[in-house]
Write a protein that binds this ligand. Structure first.
Ligand code: GLV
Ligand code: GLV
Length: 328
């Protein structure tokens, strides 16, 4: 690289990533620990050669225009890229990259954390103890649901769904899954059986969502779907909030149509539907599935390597709009 690209980072990232970037580029990082306002983002991207964006930044045509024609890449610090107008980026010749693979296991682990925490009422039990209510062992105290030997229903058989399902072996679970088509790789890794969505919802004791947010997956889980589920079933969502109709979920929980829900993502983050906050048997987390020290560092390093590759004439590692590369 014989020039030092001018790179903007919309929020502080792990130090190792910023250090690597700063070794090769002129870097400015948003110094405040908050999402930039739209007007600030429009101003800050101006004249940059590259930007590291987050899932909380909406990157649309107006932002790409504001950045200017010299801008080569927006490296999104997330596996999901529903915050980016991909066709606008492709049209303007801007490479978009994401951070897959490095967060697969961390996200699958968090889905298991939610599954157990919900089934065994861990958060509620811990609060009960800390509130000084524990009077000794009780035969009916805080009864949850078994996990081992149950049926796990996976919707979305990609990397994360596959990692999540393969970890079910240790709990001797039957795995059923649904996707737009059968996935032999998923079946080989998990022993899962392809099942139509309706039957999956009827059979599964735990339904875990691992789809990207697309028009076709918006409200994939709504009133009809909840009515098909077992009254003892638990929904787990670590994908994207709008995949679940939150109002319908709150109704299903209140009416006892399903037993519980463990959620890491919400329809209108950071807002959580007040109806959902009132529901018992829910574990609600602030979008922390990839939030481990190791994983967030690796996500940062991938975002940076994508940028460094672009400016040293190499292909990016994880481009999500490869049409842009062919056009060159
Ligand atoms: C997190 O939600 C991600 O897409 O990385
Ligand atoms: C995301 O990386 C997925 O494929 O599940």
């Amino acid at each position: 690289m014989n020039i030092r690209p001018n790179v903007y980072v919309t929020r502080m990232l792990p130090e190792a990533a910023i250090d690597l970037l700063a070794a090769h580029c002129d870097v400015e990082v948003n110094p405040e620990d908050r999402v930039l306002e739209r007007v600030e983002l429009l101003e800050k991207v101006k004249g940059r050669d590259a930007v590291i964006s987050l899932l909380t930044d909406t990157i649309d045509d107006e932002i790409l225009v504001a950045a200017g024609p010299q801008c080569k890449i927006f490296a999104n610090y997330a596996v999901g890229f529903n915050n980016i107008d991909l066709s606008a980026a492709t049209k303007r010749g801007v490479v978009i990259t994401n951070t897959p693979d490095v967060l697969t296991d961390a996200t699958a682990d968090l889905a298991w954390t939610l599954l157990f925490a919900t089934a065994r009422r861990v958060v509620e039990a811990e609060k009960f103890l800390r509130d000084g209510k524990y009077q000794g062992w009780g035969p009916m105290l805080l009864l949850g649901l078994d996990v081992t030997g149950k049926t796990l229903g996976i919707i979305g058989s990609g990397r994360i769904g596959s990692s999540f399902a393969s970890k079910a072996k240790g709990f001797n679970m039957k795995v059923v899954y649904n996707d737009i088509a059968a996935n032999p790789e998923f079946e080989a890794a998990t022993g899962g059986v392809f099942t139509d969505k309706e039957r999956l919802l009827q059979q599964a004791d735990f339904v875990s969502l691992h789809v990207p947010l697309l028009p076709s997956t918006h409200h994939l889980m709504s009133d009809k779907e909840f009515s098909l589920m077992k009254k003892t079933a638990i929904l787990i969502n670590t994908s994207r909030g709008p995949v679940v109709d939150e109002k319908a979920l709150a109704r299903a929980l209140k009416n006892g149509e399903i037993w519980g829900a463990g959620l890491d993502v919400f329809e209108n983050e950071p807002a959580v539907d007040p109806d959902l906050l009132e529901c018992a048997n829910t574990v609600l987390l602030p979008h922390v599935a990839s939030a481990t020290i190791e994983t967030r560092t690796n996500m940062g390093l991938i975002a940076v390597r994508n940028i460094l590759n672009i400016f040293s004439g190499k292909p990016p590692i994880t481009c999500v709009n490869p049409a842009v590369l062919q056009a060159e």
